[in-house]
Design a protein around this ligand. Sequence first.
Ligand code: IDC
Length: 309
Amino acid sequence: MTAVERYGALRVEGTRLLGEHGEQVRLYGVSTHGLAWRSDVVCREAFEALRDEWHINTVRLALYTHEYHGYCTDGDKEELKALVFKGIDLAVELGLYVIVDWHVLGEFSPLIYADEAVKFFDELSSRYAGCPNLLYEICNEPNGTSDWGEIREYATRVIPVIRRNAPDSVVIVGTPEWSQRCDLAAADPLGFKNLLYAFHFYAATHFDNLRQRLRRSIEAGLPMFISECSITEASGHGDLDFVSARAWFALLDEYHLGYICWSFSASPEESGVIKCGCSKLSGWTDDDLKRTGHWFKHRFLSEEEQQGK
Ligand code: IDC
């Protein structure tokens, strides 16, 4: 039975993500690198192998807005959109959940491309209205001077557009400082139902003070989702920190938080889980994986044991 057959349409109640029959759901899986950067992983072979060999239940499609042939800069809009649709259609076929990530990063503020976002999410949500597989992530990592007020303004423009077409959809909202200031959102949450707030961590850079911040926000009632994480440094490079990773995942386990690994790619940095030069789209052996790849693959495989399937 696939994850979507099992849990169906998702909803948020309190701090918990629930399936159609009221059971708590943990989403876990991988994010693509920028879709314009390595599009070949958006194919049936890779998604099916991720599901069947790594036992993930969710794929995140990272649509950079600004850099890497960004959707709002020099990217080919139609091509990128077609890739997003292809990724969603594959997820539907394979019973995976799929997150479409409007990858705000280099432009700092989600307001910069808010008009484009409204157009994009309107088209997406009308095309996939009623699709239980799809979650909408409206701004990856606001940063720089972008504060919660700006994100609130942006979210208040974009969420109603999505909800007009897909009233019950789950929407993931980023927070200031690279989706780490969940405390600001917890102090002033948005007035929409079925929201998850994003928190991102890179275990070799982010430690206990941020774990405490995440814990306090959940305890304050904010529903959280880890839409990006790795066990590397925040640069995506550097040494791995297995001790910090263990502490992070103990916290995630305590609250049954969903998480997505950045990134399923052969990018040169350590966070790209596939070794550089490996172009396989399935059947990755241990030799094909970086240490991050080994770690996440084993983590995913242990999810099922934990959940007693
Ligand atoms: C990184 C990519 C890297 C790329 C860079 C561009 O791994 O190849 O050169 O973006 O800025 C994030 C971001 C995510 C980053 C990742 C690792 O959401 O886009 O990817 N990271 O640095 N936040 C914290 C870390």
